[in-house]
Design a protein around this ligand. Structure first.
Ligand SMILES: Nc1nc2c(ncn2[C@@H]2O[C@H](COP(=O)(O)OP(=O)(O)OP(=O)(O)O)[C@@H](O)[C@H]2O)c(=O)[nH]1
Ligand SMILES: [Mg+2]
Length: 323
């Protein structure tokens, strides 16, 4: 068996690119994997009998990585009943069964992000401050461009100092045009201009940045609604996607962010960033349990290649990989 053959999920990720991402995903999830392994190391070290201690260790490890009470209980109940029915005889079997359960739990989050058939597809990026909206746009612009799409960026964050320049730098790096106005301009007007320009110049997709805002700030949430209303005038179906960017380190506050942004502008999907910076990447299971929105992309680092489509199989394999 070649090394490539051993890489889980390589078919869905594809070739060398998939292999590179597998290593980045695996290393990106290292902190969470370390946290899990600290408690369940005995699961991974060969065949041992399953006793109550093993199950208790597993339960507290899951909770420590922010899997959350509900999802953890669901997992533990399923495993315990299999152990009682003597379907799992040793810790290696338990490890395999855990992997299957976790993958099944994440399966509903998987959905392919597509901008095909809308010209231009208008995609808003929203979220609280500093979660990675602008960086995600920069990475995704490259990804879409590589797949043949003509991409235009809208510098809709007219609030934060240097936000426009930050997006322009990504534009230059990817050779993607950026529609911008000076800091302090009306955000809705920038996004409107960008969509109009994309229509006139036959672009396939507009990625619109917006300023970070707390989900509890009513005025700023109203501003987002306004951007949506204004763009609606150009295309009643726009925005076609509203991506809420979540920092994986946020813990249970993710649920409130999804709820409030969804109420304001109708979130169509999630991007979960900074999975590499936290030992609590288990939050994705809490999200799966409580939120019915697809996770289109995950971010496991700051470089261009560190954004990838979310794939439950490779995610869980990376999380449970034996170091
Ligand atoms: N480690 C890591 N860092 C990331 C990731 N995504 C973004 N970042 C970093 O997070 C920081 C904030 O990213 P931005 O893209 O500016 O975040 P933002 O949501 O646009 O921030 P505001 O516009 O200020 O609300 C930057 O230093 C990024 O490099 C990720 O997946 N992993
Ligand atoms: Mg930004």
């Amino acid at each position: 068996m070649s090394e490539q053959d051993r890489i889980p999920g390589k078919d869905s990720l594809g070739g060398d690119e998939g292999r590179g991402f597998w290593y980045r995903l695996r290393s990106g999830l290292g902190k969470t994997r370390g946290q899990l392994a600290a408690g369940v190391g005995n699961l991974l070290l060969g065949e041992k009998e399953i006793d109550d201690g093993v199950l208790e260790d597993l339960e507290s490890s899951l909770l420590q990585t922010d899997v959350g009470m509900d999802a953890t209980q669901e997992i533990m109940q399923a495993l315990t009943s299999r152990v009682k029915r003597r379907e799992l005889n040793d810790t290696m079997a338990l490890h395999g069964s855990l992997a299957t359960l976790l993958k099944d739990m994440l399966r509903p989050l998987e959905k392919t992000f597509s901008v095909a058939g809308k010209k231009p597809a208008v995609v808003f990026f929203v979220g609280v401050n500093g979660v990675g909206k602008t960086t995600t746009i920069g990475k995704l612009a490259k990804h879409l461009q590589d797949s043949g799409a003509r991409v235009l960026l809208a510098a809709g964050d007219t609030f934060r100092a240097a936000a426009v320049e930050q997006l322009q730098r990504w534009g230059e790096r990817n050779e993607v045009p950026v529609i911008a106005q000076p800091q302090g301009s009306d955000s809705a007007s920038v996004v409107y201009d960008a969509v109009q320009s994309a229509k006139a110049r036959n672009f396939d997709v507009v990625l619109a940045d917006t300023a970070g805002r707390l989900q509890t700030n009513t005025n700023l949430m109203d501003e987002l609604k306004k951007i949506k209303r204004v763009v609606n005038r150009l295309d009643p179906e726009a925005p076609h996607e509203v991506l809420l960017v979540l920092d994986a380190g946020v813990g249970q506050n993710a649920l409130s962010q999804v709820k409030q942004f969804d109420e304001a502008v109708g979130v169509t999907g999630l991007v979960i960033t900074k999975l590499d910076g936290t030992a609590k990447a288990g939050v994705i299971f809490a999200i799966a349990r409580q939120i019915s929105k697809p996770v289109y992309f995950i971010g496991v680092g700051e470089s261009l290649e560190d954004l990838n489509p979310f794939n439950p199989d490779s995610f869980v394999d990376a999380l449970l990989a034996i170091d």
